[in-house]
Design a protein around this ligand. Structure first.
Ligand code: AMP
Ligand code: ZN
Length: 469
């Protein structure tokens, strides 16, 4: 069997992966808080852990891996969004959950085996909080329940900080009901207009961290193999998950508590800068898809950087990925199918597998795919790319897009010039008509720093383009 190695955040070492039970390899990844469209950064952990899921299924067997990713559907950001918009919380979370699923499906992400919603696990959270109080790790005060960090000497081990350092360096919320400023909320009171559940401490709602401890316990048990998420979650979220889970369900002798391997992806940037609303470089996965960038191209760009390195999204990378994938799809398409006819299914290339087993080295795996493509080995290319979720049948619609002949290209360029002139003359009605005309004809136009770029969508209709002149 292939040996998989990971960098484990918990030990800060590269380690051989040995599942607790090879017949049921268990992984938990922190999912989104559902109040808005997923931004491109949110897609990074989804794609990184999707490749890991595919690798584990390949190595241990498709039915022998359990992947859980949650939806945080109770949170102050959601409450704030409901207050701003006047909409019901349930409506916002249902809608954004579906958006997330649609957008991640467009990137070719497999569905996890379970996608629990926090609000379905309130009784499990209450049970865990009561256990923590009974064991002396938590206390109730003024309608709140707090985790007492001093009751858990290992607090800070994951992120490598001591409680004193944290207090000195962090913006901690000092509240009169806290025994230690680092104590964190397990339960808090709700006002009548806020969502709330009855509890022994009054009507209230859970803090964020307890949901992952409760849901992973219910679905994966007190010990499981892999816990993942972005590295912005190491502290405090994962530190707190460990404290809650290890104190509620302590390790048995000679064993570890909770998750054994902790994997964290680095953050995504855009054109060398942090992605943020104030810098104007903030965009969602849906924005990119709507601009005509295929989900498969987004996936390729994401996987071209190792998950433990900061990843830079650039328009140039997307263009390059698109042309590589077009070439690969040509090579791995019908020709490969014809050649593979009657032969046993092609095995995954050992070089690709080896790269992924080496701490999920996706750029290494892509480099090997380039070699296979260079050697014209279509069948191996297709079988191996599948392990990265690339070149799958269902995702290739974009690559079959029609090609423009010289007449069509000339007409599009002419209409684009007309649009530019209309804009310059501040004739926005005409500019908008042209924009709508392109959309109706199936011409995807992208305005870039180097000017307008265009390509034909699969349903391109030359007659409608002619009508625009
Ligand atoms: P959130 O909805 O903010 O809790 O984030 C959901 C997931 O997206 C978590 O695993 C975060 O670590 C991850 N994430 C958020 N922002 C970024 C980013 N810029 N780059 C990579 N991952 C991110
Ligand atoms: Zn979590």
């Amino acid at each position: 069997m292939v040996e998989i190695r990971f960098h484990n955040t918990k030990t800060r070492r590269r380690e051989l992966f040995r599942p607790l039970d090879p017949a049921n390899v268990r992984m938990y990844v922190c999912g989104p808080t559902v109040y808005d469209r997923a931004h491109l950064g949110n897609a990074r952990p989804v794609l990184v852990f999707d490749v890991l899921y595919r690798l584990l299924r390949h190595v241990y067997g498709a039915g022998r891996v359990t992947y859980v990713r949650n939806f945080t559907d109770v949170d102050d950001k959601i409450i704030a969004r409901a207050a701003e918009t006047g909409r019901a919380i349930g409506g916002i979370t249902a809608e954004t959950t579906q958006w997330f699923l649609d957008d991640m499906a467009a990137l070719g992400a497999l569905k996890p085996d379970a996608m629990p919603r926090a609000t379905d696990y309130i009784p499990a959270m209450l049970r865990m909080i009561e256990t923590l109080i009974a064991r002396g790790h938590a206390y109730a005060a003024e309608g709140h329940v707090l985790f007492a960090v001093e009751s858990y000497p290992q607090y800070g081990a994951l992120s490598g900080r001591s409680v004193d350092d944290m207090i000195a360096g962090a913006r901690v919320e000092v509240a009169p009901y806290k025994r230690n400023p680092m104590d964190f909320v397990l339960w808090k009171p709700s006002t009548p207009d806020q969502p709330g559940w009855e509890s022994p401490w009054g009507r209230g709602r859970p803090g964020w961290h307890i949901e992952c401890s409760a849901m992973s316990y219910e679905l994966l048990g007190d010990r499981f193999d892999i816990h993942g998420g972005g590295n912005d979650l190491i502290f405090p979220h994962h530190e707190n998950e460990i404290a809650q889970s290890c104190c509620a369900h302590p390790a048995r002798k000679g064993e570890e508590c909770f998750a054994r391997y902790w994997l964290h992806n680095e953050m995504l940037q855009v054109e060398g800068k942090k992605m943020s609303k104030s810098l104007g470089n903030f965009f969602t996965v849906r924005d990119l898809l709507d601009q005509g960038i295929p989900g498969e191209v987004i996936r390729f760009v994401m996987l071209s950087t190792h998950y433990r390195k900061p990843m830079d999204w650039t328009a140039k990378k997307a263009r390059e990925a698109e042309s590589v994938l077009r070439r690969w799809r040509g090579l791995a398409g019908e020709m490969a199918e014809a050649r593979a006819e009657g032969k046993p299914p092609q095995e995954v290339d050992p070089g690709v597998l080896e790269a992924l087993a080496d701490d999920l080295n996706t750029p290494g795996a892509l480099a090997r795919l380039h070699e296979l493509a260079g050697a014209g080995n279509g069948p191996a290319l297709r079988a191996s790319a599948g392990l990265l979720g690339l070149l799958n049948k269902g995702m290739g619609g974009w690559a079959g897009a029609p090609r423009a002949d010289a007449d069509v290209a000339e007409r599009i360029e002419r209409l684009l010039r007309a649009r530019a002139e209309a804009r310059a003359a501040r004739d926005f009605a005409r500019a908008d008509r042209l924009r709508d005309g392109f959309a109706a004809a199936g011409v995807i136009v992208r305005d870039t720093a180097e000017g307008a770029r265009w390509e034909l969508a699969p349903g391109f209709d030359p007659a409608r383009l002619e009508e625009m002149e």
